[in-house]
Write a protein that binds this ligand. Structure first.
Ligand SMILES: Cc1cc2nc3c(=O)[nH]c(=O)nc-3n(C[C@H](O)[C@H](O)[C@H](O)COP(=O)(O)OP(=O)(O)OC[C@H]3O[C@@H](n4cnc5c(N)ncnc54)[C@H](O)[C@@H]3O)c2cc1C
Length: 121
């Protein structure tokens, strides 16, 4: 286990993945590029995100947030700590049809929001 992964496991409630298989899975998005990340964190809440950013900085690692990974130009691959926000942080917190606004967690994908908003026409 890397020093970075060990430190993250002490601080974070969500999953910390640094095995070769998981890092391989997150080395790709919908683009043609592939770069193996240093590790992957699936934060359970905002406190986990804060802790992950702090621990990554302490270990000199860049941080790379990831939603659905559908970006087409390699935006979600890199020599970095990937934050997989789709696993636990994908709730629609508030939808206001009158004001036409929504508050969402960062892992929400557009289809999910469209379905919720579509119920209001
Ligand atoms: C088949 C297909 C069709 C598409 N059609 C369209 C289209 O019609 N119109 C269009 O505009 N795009 C389209 N795209 C592009 C793609 O869907 C968009 O780039 C989309 O916005 C990516 O969202 P994502 O959540 O998958 O982000 P990801 O691919 O996971 O990440 C994209 C970038 O955003 C950053 N990021 C992700 N989450 C966060 C966060 N919470 N905080 C900070 N940074 C974050 C990542 O680090 C990365 O740099 C298409 C892609 C595919 C595969």
């Amino acid at each position: 286990m890397s020093d970075l992964a060990a430190a993250l496991r002490r601080e974070i409630e969500g999953e910390v993945l640094d095995d070769d298989y998981s890092r391989h899975l997150f080395s790709r998005d919908a683009s043609m590029y592939a770069i193996t990340p240093r590790g992957v964190v699936a934060p359970r809440h905002a406190g986990d995100v804060v802790a992950a950013v702090r621990v990554a900085a302490e270990h000199g690692a860049a941080v790379l947030p990831r939603g659905a990974g559908t970006s087409l130009a390699g935006q979600t691959v890199g020599d970095a700590l990937v934050l997989d926000l789709s696993r636990h942080m994908s709730a629609i917190l508030d939808l206001d049809p009158e004001a036409r606004t929504a508050r969402v967690q960062p892992g929400v994908v557009q289809d999910q929001l469209n379905r919720a908003a579509g119920a209001h026409g």
